[in-house]
Design a protein around this ligand. Sequence first.
Ligand code: ADP
Ligand code: ZN
Length: 732
Amino acid sequence: MSTGPEKSFDYLVPDELVGEILPGRRVYVPLGRSNRRVMAYCVAVERKEYGQRKLKYVMAALDQQTLVSSHMLSMTQWMADYYLASWGQVLEAVIPAAVRGNAGTREVTLLSVPSQVAMQLATLKLTEKQQKVLSTLAAATKPMTPGDLADKCRVTQAPITTLRKKKLITSEVRRVSHAHFDDIDIERESAKTLSEDQAAALKTILDQVNASQPKPILLHGVTGSGKTEVYIQAIQNVIDQGKQAIVLVPEISLTPQTKQRFASRFDRIAVLHSHMSDVERHWQWKRIASGIVNVVVGARSAVFAPTPHLGMIILDEEHDTSFKQDSVPRYHAREVAAKRAELEKVPLILGTATPSLETFYRAKKGLYELISMPRRIGNRPLPAVRTVDMRYDKTTGYRGAISRQLYQSIQRTLQQDGQIILLLNRRGHSTHIQCPACGHIVKCPHCELPLTHHITDGSTVCHYCDFRSVAPRVCPDVKCGYSGIRFSGIGTQKLEQEVKSKFSSYPIIRMDSDTMKKPGSHEAALEKFRNQEVRILVGTQMIAKGLDFPNVTLVGVINADTALHFPDVRAGERTFQLITQVAGRTGRGDLGGEVLVQTLSPDHPAIEAATRHDYALFAERELPFRRDFQMTPFAHMVRIIARGPTQPSVELFMQQVSEEVGRFAAEKGGDISLQGPAPAPIEKLRGNYRYHLLLHSFDRQLMRGAVLHCREKITVPEDVLWIADVDPIDMM
Ligand code: ADP
Ligand code: ZN
């Protein structure tokens, strides 16, 4: 009845613990010959014959409350199976650490409204002050102490104390590490009159809400087509039925603007993000589990939010790669959401302007309902996109980041009081440092990848392991030592310098992970751009998504080719998505918009389709190619990665894996095609050599079997670590 490392085990429940040990709670059990005491999750309690088997007794119960519902137990079991992880590992990842144990040093009293009370808020006979206190607490988006609550309502402690006595407010004492919690300012907004496209979309969604086994829906709407308003009105319908909705967005989109959009329309929302304190996370988890929260907005892991009566899941920007977790369990929130929606019989809405081919293909096959919103709100035209062929500039010897055409457009836009976004998906100053005399490239000693020069502190940095050293003045190769070492390649720092020198009288801000380290800096920067204190925004993909600034009339893509030549089946798809998304940041107001895309491959199909805003054209060209090469979304993929400090043992191990996979497939009479084993594109990372092997097959179960077979059959050398990534996204 509890989970061990790979499978579940049966234990007996001692009489005194009957009723206390229930599915979804933790227990202590004896494990192994030494009967070592370990923590385990109870996944089922049943009366059954256990024949001759000698079963051990559970030692103790750990939880007074159930941590995971039965739906969640089925879902985590499915995840363990699908992603080849152990059920225990999945449970550990799904239930926040803060919920499993408590931490912190300061004691505070936190207040909450029990859900039974929240349901009948309007009918309670209370004084005006008590009413205010109670509704404020019910709507609070952060943990509240008696002091916070009194401050917020501008009352004394008296009404709070009365309500606590009446048991309309409950309290608990918690240990916290810090007592500051995120709050959301709420400005009310009313529903918009839907456009024709939006109304049609909403109708299709509501048909699924009322279906007995709802189908997932792909909401394919161009940038600015008003998808959020459709989500909001669909959620309203779900709330009216007494149910909750979960809205998943990429972490980077969890901006105050996004929070505000939901908070302005719904009374009780919870926002979950990755840099929340343990106490806050626990508080939110319990609040959600109590049923008091109507809408949960969060990144990837919010798909596990313990809503008691789930009515709908929305996943915005479904193509975004941040929905995939890069540590065990390596789940994709989109797939998990689909599973959860299926188990709880609720609709899943996948919204995007650039669907992943996986989702698009499912819609084409009729597995998903497809809604198209091809027009922008108010019939605003999509911006004109032009490519600038940078090969021409090369021959003139021009080495800057900004072409003549882009320079002219920037100048014109500034004169017309417009704002500008410039995208460059490379941070740092110079992206490689090379000696022109001997050709030596300055590389990371641990990763063997070129170091990037960061001008702010004169360091060179490895973007993979963060190794830092002082930038060399002479060639570091002892045999050479030439003094004219060259810094080349353009990162956001160098771009910022170039823009500053060319347009010196206009304020500019740079957004990338170097300038946006401090919590809150992201919001602060966007606020400056919103209130037009800043005219030019320079940044990495961080600025490509979701921003809605009507005054942005020019978008420049400095180098559209950064991702185009990656050894990744999705290189074209990523490039198409990035250009389309960033282009969508302009032309959102009455002022129109213009996009310039600088590239060395203006004829590349992905770039050409993006300049025409033509997703259908892109998919039409890309899908046959994927089908011919038996790649995703037609066949499934598993990526096996091994690493270790000695190259031959990693290589040898991977050869064994490859042989065993082949043998297994042949035994089963199935077909798995293999790419590799080969050194991974990032050949060496943090001192470890890396090899990878790609498995493609139409038969998911067969590949699963093959990996389990390898785990069982192959003795892994002590210094080698390996993982299997199901439906991989990261190919580096
Ligand atoms: P998307 O997410 O599809 O890119 P948004 O949801 O950001 O589009 O909507 C684009 C803009 O249109 C937003 O400023 C939004 O407030 C506005 N909008 C959405 N629906 C309507 C509507 N029915 N009437 C008027 N404005 C709307
Ligand atoms: Zn490194």
